[in-house]
Design a protein around this ligand. Structure first.
Ligand code: IMP
Ligand code: MG
Length: 182
């Protein structure tokens, strides 16, 4: 990873800490969802690494689906509605849904997605987010499983991107200032 790592300022959370924490969340989900018909819904594209790691620590017969959404609130005024770029493949009616997301920031995206999924008849909808920027929240959102709370800093890696790059960094990192300058 030398070519990507040369753009990195700090490693905030390294791959070993991530692996350990994901394991703990997987154990929690295994305990909480035993006997329930459960669907893990990964939010593309950022959740891909977290979803891949998390699903393999859940010792239950869960199914898997994905959505691609974007919230069109501009982050300064109130949150907008969520726009769906790729919807679920299968019905979630009567199912217990765990939305798997890379990072929760303002909360706008999840605050509109959760009611939408509930309105489709899910038995329950909970969130598993890898990273939580709590101090940035504009709308309160209940997050059942949180990997790490992080400060209000722009991060990349483990699925999170800057201009679609750095998602494949295995650690959660900040970038050198010069990267934002071109
Ligand atoms: P929000 O909670 O609706 O504000 O949106 C969260 C989404 O914003 C996440 O799913 C990320 O795609 C993106 N995001 C927020 N903070 C960061 C960051 O520090 N790095 C990369 N993406 C981020
Ligand atoms: Mg995202």
């Amino acid at each position: 990873m030398d070519r990507l790592m040369k753009d990195v300022k700090h490693v905030l959370i390294d791959r070993d800490r991530i692996r350990q924490r994901v394991q703990e969340i997987g154990a929690d989900i295994t305990r909480d969802y035993a006997g329930k018909e459960t669907v893990l819904v990964g939010i593309l594209k950022g959740a891909i690494p977290f979803l891949c790691d998390l699903m393999r620590t859940v010792d239950l017969p869960v199914s898997l689906d994905t959505m691609c959404v974007s919230s069109y609130g501009d982050g300064t005024v109130s949150c907008g509605k969520v726009s769906i770029k790729k919807d679920l493949d299968r019905s979630i009616e009567g199912k217990h849904v765990i939305v798997v997301e890379d990072i929760i920031d303002t909360g706008c995206t999840m605050a509109s997605l959760v009611p939408l999924l509930k309105s489709r008849g899910a038995a329950s909808v909970e969130l598993a987010v890898c990273l939580d920027k709590k101090e940035r929240r504009q709308i309160p959102v209940k997050v059942r499983y949180i990997g790490f709370e992080i400060p209000d800093e722009f991060i990349v890696g483990y699925g999170c991107d800057y201009a679609e790059r750095y998602r494949n960094l295995p650690d959660i990192c900040t970038l050198k200032n010069e990267i934002y300058e071109h």
